[in-house]
Design a protein around this ligand. Structure first.
Ligand code: FAD
Length: 569
């Protein structure tokens, strides 16, 4: 079944669940009216259906490769990227002063999600560039902005993000790449970076790397890290890509999936770079890019889930097996296949709504600078990333199951969704690291941002009680249990006890948020398909929060009950 862009789902969510209207009411985003966003989504949807989706299999079958130091991309990717760039989709959220569309992150998130559903490997290229654009908009000098932003926004040049080194993965503070001041406003950057997504390509004129490195004498840890913009080709005075810089792609990783995306080992040998942000402020500047990318990666998970769901549904509607009592005579009539399809659809709706709610909070922060919105965006970002990608993996996994043996056979493409999406739970901060961020840094306010969300969930549930007493009560109760667990976590003086329950707590939070957004959908579509889906979610998936919260509040003690020797026995 060819990919079909779920434009109606986004517009329903914008109008009835996540409240895009409040974003549009701000001066900053006043132009993003309903007509405009629908037209944008429809146009992006066509690109995804007609141009990107047909590139999904070729990218898997013909991975990017390194030929004499030059990355050769998968068949059709150059044309696909050109179409993305010409459509303006790289610069969809970027500042109009430099050629961007200036659209809200909410609309951008929906567009990025569709692109991920159509072709995850290729979509990662504009996603990286979008993150770089945002980092430069916030932290770069005017000269850098004037030179680089128009080229990145138009898609003529591409951007990457270079944090990881062999000894510095989750612990970015352990990185050792160096930068030395050349005394003329430039720096010489030296070091090796690994796993760099789209570290090079054969379709943009230039590739610009944002590289984290240390100046001589910089303090250890994250405080001593600065950020440098290091282009593959050093722009000449006219702004054209000039001479080659002292950097190269050493090799490409052989991966379990995402084959179309070249994952590069990069070597910098005194490469010329420009500092972005203040000395020692590299992590803060990079965080702008990472937060953008974290929401983007959550959206990748949701997109992959949508692609996998549509694929599995298509197969289920076609495959005849066993006697069925249903309307089609195909496996879609079997109760267990229905169970899987319903869970997939309900979870996609929940994860999508959470990602879009996070995007709304980001937009409201951008438009108003309000501290409460900022705290909400910060709180929702790790949930959107981790839950979106968990749903991506679960749904793709179920998609394989629905295909039966054909799911294990590569030709159907079902397995590719599962292999490709797997890395989304690992990169941009593993999901474990996201959960730790949620229960530590994001709770330094004593749980204020969490409790404000819970207040809102309960207020809405109380309003819905007359219409849907059973559903509303279940959501209200789940929210109260979550509040107790939040208080418990906050009361733990030893962070290890919080970390031990971080992943189940994050998932429980997402489950309850999922109940909330489904309840909103039921209210808006009483008697319709969305109410039916909400019933399924609230009655069958929401109860998972009970087990998750028990796990979240168990502390760290028993995790260490077995010695390392006993673990190995
Ligand atoms: C395909 C791909 C593309 C990538 N693209 C980029 C890119 O463009 N740019 C870039 O800079 N990097 C990129 N990465 C790197 C990616 O961000 C890292 O792999 C990731 O941050 C994890 O680091 P690591 O692999 O060293 O794992 P480790 O940090 O060694 O983690 C191993 C395990 O230990 C856990 N762990 C580690 N530390 C802790 C802790 N303190 N507490 C609890 N658990 C912990 C982790 O959650 C994980 O389960 C990419 C990786 C891949 C595979």
């Amino acid at each position: 079944m060819p990919y079909r862009a779920p434009v109606d789902d986004y517009t329903f969510l914008f109008d009835h669940v996540v409240g895009l209207s409040q974003v549009v009411e701000t001066d900053r985003f006043a132009e993003a009216t309903g007509d405009v966003t629908t037209a944008i989504l429809t146009e992006a949807g066509k690109l995804c259906e007609d141009i990107m989706a047909p590139l999904q299999r070729p990218g898997d079958l013909h991975p990017a490769r390194l030929e004499n130091g030059v990355v050769r991309t998968s068949p059709g990717y150059a044309e696909g990227y050109k179409a993305i760039a010409e459509g303006g989709w790289v610069g969809i959220a970027a500042d109009p002063e430099y050629g961007g569309m200036g659209l809200p992150m909410t609309v951008t998130t929906a567009v990025n999600e569709m692109m991920s559903a159509a072709c995850l490997s290729l979509q990662l290229a504009p996603l990286m560039t979008q993150g770089q654009i945002e980092a430069l908009e916030h932290h770069a000098s005017d000269d850098i902005k004037t030179l680089y932003l128009p080229k990145l926004i138009s898609g003529e040049w591409a951007g990457t993000m270079n944090l990881t080194e062999p000894q510095a993965g989750s612990d970015v503070g352990a990185l050792t790449s160096k930068a030395e001041d050349n005394g003329d406003g430039t720096y010489s950057v030296t070091g090796q970076k690994i796993y760099i997504s789209w570290g090079d390509n054969d379709f943009t004129e230039n590739v610009c790397h944002l590289v984290l490195a240390r100046l001589p004498g910089a303090p250890a840890g994250t405080k001593g890290i600065s950020l440098f913009l290091v282009p593959r080709n050093i722009p000449d005075e006219a702004g054209n890509p000039g001479v080659a810089n002292s950097l190269k792609v050493v090799s490409l990783e052989h991966k379990m999936g995402l084959h179309g995306s070249p994952t590069c080992v990069m070597q910098y040998d005194g490469a010329t770079g420009w500092m972005v942000g203040p000395e020692g402020g590299g992590m803060a500047a990079m965080f702008t890019m990472m937060n953008n990318a974290r929401l983007g990666v959550g959206g990748q998970g949701v997109g992959a889930a949508e692609g996998a769901y549509q694929h599995a549904l298509g197969y289920a509607l076609d495959r005849k097996q066993g006697k069925t009592k249903g309307e089609t005579g195909t496996i879609v009539d079997h109760a267990d296949v229905r169970r899987m399809l319903m869970a997939m659809k309900a979870d996609i709706f929940a994860a999508r709504a959470i990602a879009l709610s996070c995007a709304v909070a980001i937009d409201m922060t951008t438009a108003t600078g309000d501290a409460e919105w900022k705290a909400r965006a910060a709180f929702l970002t790790p949930i959107a990333k981790a839950f979106g990608t968990e749903v991506g993996m679960d749904v793709a996994h179920q998609g394989v199951q629905i295909h039966g043996g054909m799911g294990f056979v590569e030709e159907t493409g079902a397995a590719q969704f599962s292999r490709d999406v797997r890395v989304t739970a690992i990169y941009e901060g593993t999901n474990g690291i996201q959960a730790m961020d949620l229960v530590a840094r994001k709770m330094m306010d004593g749980g204020e941002a969490a409790n404000r969300l819970l207040d809102e969930i309960e207020e809405h549930a109380e309003g819905a009680k007359a219409q849907f007493p059973d559903l509303a009560d279940a959501v209200w109760q789940a929210s109260e249990s979550l509040r107790e667990a939040t208080d418990w976590l906050n009361a733990q003086g030893d962070l290890q006890d919080r970390f031990a329950g971080a992943v189940p707590y994050l998932k429980a939070f997402a489950r309850v948020l999922g109940g909330h957004v489904h309840l909103k959908a039921a209210v808006a579509d009483a008697g319709g398909a969305r109410e039916k889906l909400a019933r399924f979610y609230i009655q069958r998936l929401l109860p998972e929060h009970v087990g998750l919260l028990a796990h979240a509040q168990a502390g760290a003690g028993d995790l260490y009950a077995l010695s390392v020797d006993e673990l190995a026995a």
